[in-house]
Design a protein around this ligand. Structure first.
Ligand code: C2E
Ligand code: MG
Ligand code: MG
Length: 582
């Protein structure tokens, strides 16, 4: 019988992590009281494991455990009822038990039952003389058993309850999800992740109103939310102002209307008296398969949906695998690039020639960075540069490119083929106040003339940065390094304003060059760009020249240099040299 019950009972017992733990005063105190009250030499908190009785606490016995077979406490655990045996010697069941044989005559045990109805063992008293019990003694024994259970549940709850909201916390969520995974493996559920405030709102409120205000706000939200989801649903507090609960699997539409409903309710009832205008709760919805998706995965995906909800209008976000994958890729690229800078064998530069108007000679080349990620393969700089540029990695990135490009320039210079290498730098590099000085001393060490190097910066990079950036540029220009405005025409600046920038070269963005053959409007645009740039004294380079007619057209307009697949792809140094000599 009871087979399932016994299994679940043992599982509960083990989950409590009580078995074979050291004695603790909180239990021993109760055991001592029991022994004193009954005036009996032996009392114990006895837990019924698979085949033994283990004593969490004991008075008057030396051993920690006895076999479960024919142990009175085992019967209490099986029957979940108070058991009194006035005289073991005359009991049909126990007269030949281990206990009776060791001289025990009297036993009384009250069941230790959890709120879920599992009896873990017994609070028991034992004596060496036969004995009767009074009603009052039975009541006291039951009370002591209840005290033991309160102690067990308190200890178990410790570390599983969020002290601020009183709600079960993230560890409890993890345990419950794993339990659910055993009971209903493979079933679909939705996790709803409600976030009361985002990080900036939290910081602002903390700063302006103080932490007590925030605590109160979160408490109120927790209560309101619990009311909103219904008292039968377990709501977890998984972070400051972050709550999660599960709803049954249906379709995504149903899940998202439930999220909308909860959000609406939260906004009206609990946050009403609080500065509702300051607070924007959002709800993220993520599907999960019980028993398959780990708690960490569920929390991550639901929170990711929550982040998406912050960007949207409705305040509700549905987890999207595609968006998540792109976030994860960005993250993987950023951390991968940090490693690449430490093991630069993943990085190399390729060089794309620039061809001059008239004699069609190659006097310059653009250095372009290539990254081979160990798992993800070749990553385009158009993907990773914008990510890296906004992090502290921008500095070591440019440092590596500059050193590598200078080393190459030196090699070509010594071979009697002076090629001016054009290096792309990021706006943030100009904010390093030793940038110019570092670059100049590298050139110095390499004994390379300054005109063997050119720097490319985009319009936005040039304009978005203040006086300090200007000073760096002026220093470089004074030393004889040319500066090119890259991707010219894609920003929003006027030519007149650009004129104040210490730059000598304009590189017309390839989006203007592409399709130039057919499009009369582009032709007019490029024609006036080149005209104006020349009038202002710039040297003009056209990027992305792919066809002969485009090239010829640009030649007629007097464009000074051309770069593009028509002439050559970006190449490794060997291939570049082979191309040069052919
Ligand atoms: P960019 O500086 O405008 O570089 C020119 C880009 O156009 C290169 O892309 C080049 O391969 C591509 N290209 C050249 N000719 C043609 C053509 O005829 N047709 C077409 N469709 N494309 C052409 P790439 O190498 O993928 O680089 C992309 C961007 O990444 C660069 O744009 C630059 O902004 C950035 N980048 C590359 N290397 C570095 C670097 O070392 N440092 C920094 N800060 N940025 C870099
Ligand atoms: Mg460039
Ligand atoms: Mg460009």
């Amino acid at each position: 019988m009871h087979n399932n019950y016994e299994q679940a009972r043992l599982y509960t017992l083990r989950q409590l992590n009580l078995l074979d733990t050291p004695p603790s005063e909180s239990f021993d105190r109760i055991t001592r009281m029991a022994s004193q009250f009954f005036n009996l030499p032996i009392a114990a908190v006895s837990l019924t494991d698979q085949d033994r009785q283990w004593f969490k606490s004991r008075v008057g016995v030396d051993h920690w455990e006895i076999p479960r077979f024919k142990a009175c406490c085992g019967e209490v655990a099986d029957e979940s009822e108070l058991l009194v045996i006035p005289d073991l010697a005359s009991s049909a069941t126990y007269h030949d038990s281990v206990l009776a044989e060791s001289g025990i005559r009297f036993y009384a045990g009250a069941p230790l039952t959890t709120q879920d109805g599992y009896t873990l063992g017994a609070m028991c008293v034992l004596g060496t003389e036969p004995r009767e019990v009074t009603e009052q003694e039975i009541a006291v024994l039951k009370d002591l058993a209840a005290m033991v259970m309160a102690q067990i549940e308190l200890q178990h709850a410790f570390g599983r309850i969020d002290p601020l909201t009183g709600l079960p916390n993230r560890s409890q969520f993890g345990e419950d999800l794993e339990d659910l995974g055993r009971d209903a493996s493979g079933e679909l559920r939705y996790a709803l992740f409600t976030e009361i405030l985002d990080v900036t709102q939290t910081t602002t409120l903390n700063r302006v109103m103080g932490p007590a205000y925030l605590d109160e706000l979160i408490q109120g939200a927790g209560q309101g939310l619990q009311q909103g989801v219904g008292s039968g649903v377990r709501l977890y507090s998984v972070g400051p102002g972050q709550f999660v609960h599960l709803i049954p699997g249906g379709n995504e539409g149903e899940a998202s209307s439930e999220a909308l409903r909860i959000r609406r309710e939260l906004m009206t009832q609990s946050l009403a008296e609080n500065a509702a205008t300051l607070i924007r709760p959002v709800v993220g919805v993520a599907p999960l398969r019980l028993g398959e998706d780990s708690p960490a995965h569920v929390l991550r995906t639901a929170h990711s949906a929550c982040q998406d909800a912050r960007q949207g209008e409705t305040g509700v976000g549905i987890y999207s695998m595609a968006i998540d994958a792109s976030h994860r890729r960005r993250f993987a690229l950023l951390s991968g690039f940090r490693e690449a800078l430490e093991h630069p064998d993943q990085l190399h530069l390729v060089y794309q020639p620039r061809v001059t108007l008239g004699d069609q000679a190659c006097r310059g080349a653009e250095a372009l960075l290539r990254w081979h990620h160990p798992e993800l393969g070749a990553i385009s700089p158009a993907e990773f540069i914008p990510l890296v540029e906004n992090t502290p990695l921008a500095r070591p990135l440019t440092d590596w490119v500059i050193r590598t490009a200078i080393a190459q320039a030196v090699r070509w210079y010594r071979q009697g083929q002076p090629i001016c290498i054009s290096i792309n730098i990021s706006a943030v590099n100009l904010e390093e106040d030793d940038f110019a000085q570092r670059l100049l001393s590298l050139l110095d060490e390499a004994e390379l003339p300054a005109d063997c190097i050119e720097l490319e910066l985009t319009e936005t990079a040039l304009l978005g940065h203040g006086r300090a950036a200007w000073i760096q540029l002026e220093r470089l220009v004074e030393a004889g390094i040319r500066v090119a405005i890259d991707d010219f025409g894609t920003g929003y600046s006027s030519l007149a304003y650009l004129q104040s920038i210490p730059a000598q070269v304009v590189k017309i963005d390839r989006s203007f060059i592409h399709g130039l053959d057919e499009d009369a409007r582009s032709q007019t645009l490029v024609k006036s760009m080149i005209g104006m740039a020349h009038d202002l004294g710039y040297h003009v380079v056209a990027e992305g020249v792919e066809t002969e007619p485009t090239w010829r057209f640009l030649e007629r307009l007097g464009c000074d240099e051309f770069q593009g697949f028509l002439f050559a792809m970006p190449m490794a140094p060997d291939a570049f040299e082979a191309w040069l000599s052919s």
